[in-house]
Every structure is written in C-alpha cells, then in structure tokens.
Design a protein around this ligand. Structure first.
Ligand code: ADP
Ligand code: MG
Length: 620
C-alpha cells in the first residue's frame, strides 16, 4: 500500500478508542461535561449495560445554538485556550475529544438550551455524520442520548464484558462522580430501575451512605489534614473517610482517591493508604477509603493520560507521605478514643464459638460400623512405651463430653467409623490424641504421628461433601429464620444479579427487596448456623476479586466461600468427638492432603523419623 493521509472519519474512529474504551468511559466523560457545565442535578439512564443506551440529563448552562456542531468537532473545547491554562485548570475536561470520539462510534441525539438563549437545539449525529439539526423548545441544560455504542466498530463490540460487568463499572463511575461532587444530585437508572441516588446535600458522608450502605458507612472513620508544601505555594489538603480496621476487603477496589475532584488511579497512593494499616489488617486484606486530595493546580499535571485517569505530581513523595500520615493518624486516634473492649474487633478468632451442627449430625446419621484399618497391627512400627506416658491435651469440654475412644486403645478396629462407608479410604485410620493451640489436632496412625490443621481439614471435608451434593443436583437449602436483609452498594447489586443463577444452583435464595436491598430467604444447609449476611458479603467479595481471573469458576468461588464459613475455625476448642468426626470424614476424602485452597491439611511424621530424632534408631 502507498502512504496516504487517512480521511477524518477513519482518524476519528481510531482515536475514539483511546477515550471511549467501554460504556462506562462514555458515562464518565458525559458526567464530567455536565459537572463542568455547573449542573446541580444529573440523571443518568442506562440500558443494556450502556451499549444500547446512555442518556445524561443535566441542568447546567447548556451550549449556545451556534456552537453545538462545534462541540462535536475534535479538539474543540470551551475550557482551555492556551497550554498555560493547563496549569490553573479548574474544569474536569479540557481535551475537547470526548464528544467527537463518542459521536464517531454511536448514534447521538442531543437537545440543549443555553441558559441565556430563548430556544434550544436538537442535533442528531450517526457515526460522526450530521443527520439533522433543528431548533426546539427545551429547559436550560442538556440531554444527551448515546445509542448503539460501537455499532460501527465490531472489534470493540466484541471485547465488551458481560452486561452486568459494564453495569457495575457504570455504577462505579456515577458513584465516584457523586463522591467528588456531593453538592450535586445524582440519579442512576439502569434498565428502568433506580439503583443509586445521592441527595446533593453537600456532605460526602451522605453520598457514602448511599454508595456503601449504612452498615458499612458506620464503620468508617473521618479523616482530615493539611500539609504545607515546600516546592510551591500552598498545601496538600486531605479529607475523607477510611475504614475501621475491623472492616476490610480482599481487594483494593474500595480505595477511591480523588485529586482536585478527579477520580484517579495511582498505585503508589493506594499503597500509601494500605501502608497506613500496617499490622492492623491481616495479610491480604485491604481497607476501604474515599479520600479527597487537593493540591495547588500547578503542583499536578493532569494531562498525562487520554482518559485523565492518571496524574503526575511535582513531588509525588510529599503526597504519599501526607496520605499515609493522615490515614494512620486518623485510625490511631479512632482506636485510642474508643473503649478498650471493642479492640477485640481485630481478633478474628474467638474461642467461644458455638459448636458446629455437623458434629451431632455426623454422629446420629452415621451408623457406627466398625471398619478394619487397612494397616494391620504389624505395620504399626511406632514403639509405644505404654499409653499412660502420652499426656493427652484435651479441650476443657472433653471433661463433660467423654471420649468415644478408650484411653488404652491401640487396636483401631474398635473405633466407630462415622464416615461414609461407600467411599474408599484415602488415609489410614487415625486415632485422635488431642488438640493443641485450639487449632491443630494431634493424631496417631499406623505409620506415626499426624498433625492436622482443623480448619483446613474440615474445609476439605465440607468441600467434598458439598461438591457431591452439587453433582447429584441436590444441594440442600435451608430457609433463614427471620427476614435477613442485606444492603448492598450498587456495584455489588450488579455482581449479585450477575451471579444469581449460580447462587441459586448452590442453594441460595436471594430476592430483591427495595432499591439496593435484598432478602436472603435461604442458604445452603451447611450454613445453617452461620450469619447469612456475612456469608453473602464474603461471596460477593470473592466474586469481585479479579486478581486471578479464570483460575476459579464462579461456582468454585462460591462453594469455597461457603465451605470456609461452614468449617470450624482455628482458635475453636473442639471436643474429642468433634475431632474424631472431622478425622473420620477426612480419611475418606478424595484429596485429604490439601484444603480447597491448596494449603496442606496435615503433617505426617513417621515412626522412623521420630525414632531418629530421639536417637532411638537401632537402640534397644
Ligand atoms: P471537553 O470537555 O474536553 O471540553 P468535550 O468533547 O467533552 O470536550 O466537550 C466539548 C465541549 O462541548 C465542551 O468544552 C463544552 O463547551 C461543550 N459541552 C459538552 N457537554 C456539555 C454539557 N453537558 N453542557 C454544556 N456544555 C457542554
Ligand atoms: Mg468533556
């Protein structure tokens, strides 16, 4: 091919890809325009995840009739005249690219009336071509409708994520805009359902209650600080809310940062927030945060990214330190201010947990059929000096709940096997000796000593049991006792809707109950004794975690979360019978050596190894 300059409509389509990557980027750009126009009330209507329709209605100043076609021209803007203006830019937009880009890849219908003009104008544009333009009566402000997004760029269309994902991203874009502009009323309607509304009260707190739900917001700490800058005149001002260390998430998706009213992505500053929680959160957990960071405009370059999602600071370290310090001080003050007892929030494990229901089930359901161990007495090469010399570390309750195993028992054949006899044995029969650290079960088997992680082992048992039920299409569901309602953030609402089918298949029954509220009617029977709200929140958190996409199916994520919740925890004191119950079932698991997350369930030290360690090998 010879070299030729591309025609404008081709250039526009190629360039459009930079600014409008997906429906939520269109929403973000249109929100910015409405805010720049001084709107006090903005309504976003979306259909089909934004691909079918996005309509943005604002009561801003509108566009002058004779300037309307210009608004859709590339690099046409009313917000900037010369490069120097960028240093003091106050508006969200300035590149003059959004409307041109959106118009190039969709069908647009805009009605706008400038606040100082008597009549409005309606304009229709398809794939960048002007279709019609006519005066029309309208209230001052702008209503811009974008339909059939990417209809003429099939490649882009193909790469769009599931509709629910796009909906979630759109909800996020609207929530972020609402956080940055609490004085503006925002309404988001997706597929004719109102999913978010902010009151426009001017208070960030009011927006966060709507965005996170009241329960979550109650666990947020308000922070605020100001640091003088050395390089330029002015200060870094930080205001917002961060989570109490008792509230955390698996991912960083709830850390939202704004620079001068602009939501930005900055892994460094996100890290600064996480760092502030050092030693207060468990490894792999992340806080929630919404921080408004304001710096002098000259201190920051906002023009480093086509979607303005990243910024560059004159001194990024100063901002990092300010953020980290503000958050840390906020948490520390909060912790010191509250009564001592609530400090136990940080301890996730509680030794006083009630006993799980399975213990009684497994004993009453299972017929105690004595099963001969696969290893005979002769294989038992672990020399014992007599049972009395092995002190049994028993849980306190075991005093009342007598052990089902006689103390001087070394013949395994008497131990009742409550496992499922139909399944082949994958571990030798083990005898529980006791529990240590309220976390590990000590057991002996024909080939030596076994240390079993009670949580991991029980998780494995639960997992296989659940998968078996699932394969037989018989996940047993249990109705929740009283009405259990859960308040969700709009993006979690989408996540829930997106995965409704899988949740139902797995024994959950969750129904809409008001705008962002859901009623949990039933949960898998395994979760009968667990808090259904916590279980559903945990599942949503796992589902939102995109760090390892494709690694687990949706079902697997849900099942693992259910089993994790249903399992005995580390720190829980178990009776001898409880421990024996877990071990009996573990012995017949398909993969008894690892938990569903791949961590080991047991350590085995052979009789030989022990003898060697004690220098007894070969000795008499
Ligand atoms: P930018 O926002 O970077 O200037 P856009 O392509 O988004 O570029 O918009 C072009 C111009 O159209 C803006 O500069 C503004 O003057 C006008 N405009 C766009 N949307 C609106 C709106 N909702 N209300 C008033 N003016 C608008
Ligand atoms: Mg714009």
């Amino acid at each position: 091919m010879s070299i030729e300059v591309l025609p404008n409509h081709v250039i526009d389509k190629i360039a459009a890809g930079e600014v409008v990557e997906r429906p939520s980027s269109v929403v973000k750009e249109l929100l910015e325009n409405a805010l720049d126009a001084g709107a006090r009330s903005i309504t976003v209507e979306v259909k089909g995840g934004g691909q079918r329709l996005i309509r943005m209605s604002d009561d801003g100043h509108g566009i002058r009739m004779d300037e309307v076609p210009l608004a859709f021209a590339r690099h046409a803007t009313s917000k900037l005249r010369q490069v120097e203006d960028l240093e003091t830019i106050q508006t969200l937009g300035f590149r003059g690219e959004a409307l041109a880009s959106i118009a190039a890849v969709s069908r647009i219908n805009m009605i706008t009336r400038h606040i100082e003009e008597a009549s409005g104008l309606q304009i229709r544009i398809e794939g960048g071509d002007l279709i019609s333009k006519k005066p029309i009566g309208a209230a001052s402000g702008t209503v811009l409708t974008v339909e059939n997004l990417f209809y003429n760029t099939p490649a882009r269309l193909k790469f769009l994520k599931a509709e629910e994902t796009e909906k979630r991203l759109i909800a996020n874009a609207v929530m972020r805009a609402a956080m940055a502009s609490p004085h503006v009323r925002f309404t988001l309607i997706q597929d004719d359902r109102e999913v978010f509304r902010s009151p426009g009260s001017g208070q960030l707190a009011d927006v966060l209650v709507k965005a996170f739900g009241l329960d979550t917001f109650r666990q947020m700490i308000q922070v605020s600080a100001e640091e003088e800058l050395r390089e330029v005149e002015g200060a870094i001002r930080i205001q917002g809310f961060v989570s109490d260390p008792g509230l955390s998430r698996k991912d960083r998706s709830r850390i939202t940062l704004f620079i001068n009213g602009r939501p930005i992505q900055d892994s460094g500053l996100t890290y600064a927030v996480t760092q502030a929680y050092h030693t207060l959160l468990m490894k792999g957990r992340h806080p929630l945060a919404v921080l408004m960071i304001d710096v002098p405009p000259a201190f920051v370059d906002v023009n480093v990214h086509p979607t303005k999602a990243e910024v560059r600071f004159q001194d990024s370290n100063a901002v990092f330190v300010a953020v980290q310090k503000t958050v840390r001080e906020g948490i520390v003050q909060h912790i010191q201010a509250r009564p001592m007892r609530t400090g136990s929030n940080y301890v996730e494990r509680s030794p006083q947990l009630p006993m799980p229901s399975w213990t009684s089930n497994s004993r009453s359901n299972g017929r105690p059929t004595p099963v001969r161990p696969t290893h005979t007495q002769q294989d038992f090469d672990w020399e014992m000096e007599g049972p009395g010399q092995y002190p049994q570390q028993m849980a306190p309750e075991t005093a009342e709940a007598p052990s089902i195993i006689p103390k001087d028992e070394t013949d395994f054949s008497h131990i009742p096997d409550v496992g499922r006899p139909a399944k082949p044995r994958t571990l030798p029969m083990l005898r529980v000796v006791g529990q240590i650290g309220a976390s590990y079960i000590v057991a002996e088997g024909p080939a030596g000593l076994y240390l079993i992680d009670q949580h991991a082992a029980h998780e494995r048992v639960m997992y296989e049991q659940f998968m078996e039920e699932y394969r037989k299409k018989g996940v047993v569901s249990q109705r929740t006792l009283d009405s259990q309602t859960i308040d969700l953030a709009p993006d979690d609402v989408h996540l829930l809707n997106e995965n409704q089918a899988a949740l139902t298949r797995l024994g959950f029954q969750i129904e809409p109950f008001g705008a962002n509220t859901f009623l949990i009617r039933a949960v898998p029977a395994m979760l009968t004794n667990q808090d259904p709200i916590e279980a559903v929140s945990g599942i949503l958190e796992d589902l939102a975690d995109q760090r390892a996409p494709g690694q687990d199916t949706i079902e697997a994520k849900i099942v693992k979360q259910v089993c994790k919740r249903a399992s005995v925890k580390a720190g829980q004191i178990l009776s001898q019978a409880d421990m024996q119950g877990i071990i009996r079932q573990l012995e017949r698991c398909e993969s008894p050596h690892t938990c569903p997350h791949g961590r080991p369930t047991l350590l085995h030290i052979s009789g030989d190894q022990l003898a060697k360690e004690f220098g007894r090998l070969g000795a008499n």
